[in-house]
Structure formats: structure tokens, C-alpha cells
Ligand binder design. Structure first.
Ligand SMILES: [Zn+2]
Ligand SMILES: [Zn+2]
Length: 245
């Protein structure tokens, strides 16, 4: 599987970073984790055949993770008529407002553009990939869901943390990565400091850990100092970075 990081910024875009979006390619099919970037533009610029996009999985209903869904779903609906994709949102209110937005602008949503509800019981699977949500506590203080995602493809495991709790006070660094070996973990780095995440990095069983969603950016220097400290590579991601597993 190949992962291309189309957007690595935190809640706000930076001069050289779009908001969260990662493209996973397996056997010619395309899957996105979050769509906070102008994702459809970025796929077109890269020459991705939009017909290959099978599903978009958003981690939670914050703009830096979902605003790209509206544009992509709208274009799939009215223009790219050979596309066919699932768009997963984590709250029904998000589905309703996106559906209403698209219907208001474009007319009826077609069957090819499926806005679906991600729940903690959802497991999405096709012949290439299995996607399992793992609840996080990012929005627990306001009674709303948020997820990490475990991606399994071609015998490899990748864990995307999604957004986590402030200062990791809810201890929601994904337990999966502490209890199981994963080939790659992608962790956010906006809601806590290096000092908060370090005890977890010590126990983490990832073979490699990449930070995205970094804020403030002076943490990039601190992340550089983490590399090698726990026996596996650690670095921060930039837009356009690619990883092959
Ligand atoms: Zn975020
Ligand atoms: Zn968030």
C-alpha cells in the first residue's frame, strides 16, 4: 500500500500545508482518511483517476477533517458521473447538513454518492483493505464521537490516531498501538505536547511513527529530537510525503 499525505496541517492551513487528508492506494483503488484539504483538487493535480476512489473515512466532524467532503461529493454528484464512493461522516447531523448543502446547490444526491454514518461498530472492508474505527475522546467533553482508524491491507497495519484529547488527559493515545505491533502509526500533535505523548511513545509498538496535524510548528524541532529515542523512527510529515509499505 502507498500512503500520500495530501494535507498535514492542524485545524488551520499553513503556508505550505493543507488541513488533514491522506490518500491510501492499494491495487489501483484509492481511499482517503479525512478530507480537510481541497481533496478533489489535489487528486486531480496528481492525475488520480477519480473513478478509483472507493471511500472517504473522516475521523470526526471538525472542518479541518471534513470540509473537502462537500466539494468532492458535490463534484462526484453532478460532474464526474462514473465515480462511485462511500463518504463516511461520524455524526448524522454532518450527513444531513452536507446532503442538504449538495442538494441545495446541485439538486438530488445520486446513488453513486453515498453519505454514510461511521459508528464504533462499523468495519468497512473490500478485497483490498479493512478499515476499523477505534473511538477516541477528542470530542467526548461535548458528547460527540471521534475515531482513530486501523487500516489493514496487504498484510500491513497502519494506525491513524485522528484527533485526541487535550493534553491526552483522557488517556486516549490509541491502546491498539500499545498492545499490538503496527507497521506505521500516524499521530496528531496539536492537542498535547511532547511531554504528554512521550510516556506512550515509550510503550508504543509501532515500527515507525509519523506526526501530522502539528501545532504550534516549533514542535517540529522537538519531534526531530524524538527520532531514534524509542528504538523506531519518528518524524514529522510534510504535504506531499509518500510512504510505501
Ligand atoms: Zn483536527
Ligand atoms: Zn478536531
Amino acid at each position: 500500500m502507498k500512503i500520500t499525505f495530501l494535507g498535514t496541517s492542524h485545524g488551520v492551513p499553513a503556508a505550505d500545508r493543507y488541513c488533514s487528508c491522506a490518500m491510501i492506494e492499494v491495487n489501483g483503488s484509492v481511499y482517503l482518511i479525512d478530507a480537510g484539504a481541497p481533496s478533489v483538487d489535489l487528486l486531480i493535480r496528481r492525475g488520480v483517476n477519480l473513478d478509483d476512489v472507493r471511500a472517504v473515512f473522516t475521523t470526526h466532524l471538525h472542518g479541518d477533517h471534513v470540509f473537502g467532503v462537500i466539494q468532492m461529493a458535490s463534484l462526484f454528484n453532478w460532474y464526474f458521473k462514473t465515480t462511485d464512493a462511500d463518504f463516511y461522516l461520524t455524526e448524522q447531523a454532518g450527513i444531513d447538513v452536507i446532503a442538504k448543502t449538495i442538494e441545495t446547490i446541485d439538486g438530488a444526491l445520486c446513488d453513486r454518492v453515498r453519505l454514510k454514518l461511521m459508528t464504533q461498530d462499523t468495519v468497512w472492508e473490500d478485497e483490498n483493505i479493512r478499515v476499523t474505527p477505534l473511538p477516541t475522546q477528542h470530542l467526548a467533553h461535548i458528547g460527540r464521537p471521534a475515531y482513530s482508524y486501523l487500516i489493514e491491507a496487504e498484510g500491513k497495519k497502519v494506525l491513524f490516531s485522528g484527533d485526541l484529547s487535550n493534553r491526552l488527559e483522557k488517556e486516549d493515545f490509541p491502546a491498539y498501538a500499545l498492545e499490538n505491533e503496527v507497521d506505521l502509526m500516524i499521530s496528531e500533535m496539536a492537542h498535547f505536547g511532547v511531554e504528554h505523548v512521550s510516556p506512550y511513545l515509550e510503550k508504543c509498538r509501532a515500527k515507525e511513527l509519523l506526526f501530522n496535524h502539528v501545532f504550534p510548528l516549533h514542535k517540529l524541532n522537538e519531534i526531530r529530537e524524538l527520532d531514534g529515542k524509542y528504538g523506531y523512527p519518528i518524524r514529522a510529515l510534510e504535504d506531499g510525503d509518500e510512504v510505501e509499505l
